[in-house]
Design a protein around this ligand. Structure first.
Ligand SMILES: [Zn+2]
Ligand SMILES: [Zn+2]
Length: 388
């Protein structure tokens, strides 16, 4: 609702009370009307609903002492939308600034102060309006999906992007090529016109040029005079090595174009990384799980382990525990800033689910030979300790 609407409304009439009604009278009148007009009591009655809203709005202002005071003051000033009280303004000793400073002192009342702020914010002879002031373009966010290896090693990804951009046909002027916009004669290019009402001067966006200050007689066929058209751009995005899933990359100035020579917004590309069937990731480290047999761990072995760009040979010492993590230094993610992670290799015993008779026999022989060794001795000792 504009300030004008607000002031034009007669909240007293809405509630059917006089302008000097007491707070109690206001409340009584509201309760009675609210009961009568409540949507529950008038199902499907749009008129009653509208009245109910008006009455609620009126009560919202008149029941609040501070708001009611402001409303009364504004109504005195505007005197029913017509002329101003005689003598007021010229040497009347009242200044718009006065009204504002008082409202600011009252603090936090919002309401009229805010509404009038919008009405009074421009005085006669104002400078460029927000419509003609340079404005930064909006930021744009888009998504890109890349493979794990691309994320680790970095990649350049071509992207097609549909977004508003400065119209290339008219270079943003909005005028058909070969013509140019002319300065709006109504507002002399300011985008604002000043309306005098009594002692006050109000500025409002110029209706002739819709606040732009310029008139395009022959609009550009591609953008219809806006100077901005939706365009599909192909951008090549460099994704730095080591980018993580969900990370955003900022491309300065690649967002929406600014208006009135304002700077462009930025483009934010959110990177989604497809998981890799082989490698996982923990910060700058890569992880991989390598199945091994029990004899390999017990007797020791040499393993060939895949890395991102080849393989690495690792010695597994005899007596290595299952689940042990070995580290291949420098085989992780190499970031642009020089940080390099490692490849963390988890050894996991693979237990055969099907053995032939000979293998089974050999394993049973092994079991009986090692029956004295209790792998849970330490665990049991700890359990005992805990229970005592
Ligand atoms: Zn154009
Ligand atoms: Zn104009």
């Amino acid at each position: 609702m504009s300030a004008r609407d607000w002031i034009d409304k007669d909240f007293y009439r809405e509630l059917g009370v006089s302008s000097d009604a007491s707070a109690d009278e206001v409340k009584k009148a509201y309760r009675k009307l609210a009961r009568e007009l409540h949507p529950d009591a008038n199902p499907g009655d749009a008129k009653a609903e509208a009245r109910f809203k008006s009455v609620s709005e009126a009560y919202g202002v008149l029941s609040d002492t501070a708001k009611r005071k402001q409303y009364d003051e504004a109504r005195r000033l505007f005197a029913g939308g017509g002329g101003f009280p005689g003598g007021f303004g010229q040497g009347g000793g009242f200044d718009v600034g006065d009204l504002f400073s008082r409202q600011q002192q009252a603090g936090g009342m919002g309401g009229l102060g805010d509404l009038l702020g919008g009405l009074f914010n421009r005085r006669a002879g104002g400078t460029a309006s927000s419509a003609t002031r340079p404005r930064r373009g909006e930021d744009v966010e888009t998504d890109v999906r890349i493979d794990f290896t691309e994320a680790v090693q970095g990649a350049t990804v071509p992207m097609r992007l549909s977004s508003p951009a400065t119209c290339s046909t008219c270079a943003g002027s909005g005028a058909r090529p070969g013509t140019s916009p002319r300065t709006c004669p109504n507002c002399a290019g300011a985008g604002l016109v000043t309306r005098n009402q009594g002692a006050f001067a109000f500025s409002e966006p110029c209706a002739d040029c819709r606040g732009t200050g310029r008139i395009v007689d022959d609009p550009c066929p591609d953008c219809g005079g806006d100077g901005v058209s939706t365009k599909t751009r192909t951008l090549t995005i460099r994704i730095p090595a080591g980018v993580d899933d969900g990370q955003r990359i900022r491309l300065a100035g690649q967002g929406e174009p600014g208006r009135n020579n304002g700077p462009n917004g930025d483009l934010f590309v959110r990177v989604h990384v497809n998981p890799d069937p082989l490698f996982g990731r923990s910060g700058n480290n890569l992880t991989v799980t390598v199945p091994v047999t029990f004899p390999e761990l017990a007797l020791g072995t040499t393993l060939t382990v895949p890395t991102l760009d080849g393989k690495v040979t690792l010695k597994v010492p005899a007596g290595t525990a299952s689940g042990r993590v070995l580290r291949a230094k420098g085989k992780g993610i190499a970031r642009r800033d020089g940080q390099v992670g490692d490849l963390l290799i988890t050894l996991q015993v693979a237990v055969p689910n099907n053995m032939d008779a000979a293998a089974r026999e050999a394993l049973e022989a092994y079991a009986s030979k090692t029956a004295q060794h209790d792998p849970r001795a330490d665990l049991n000792a700890l359990v005992e300790k805990r229970s005592t």
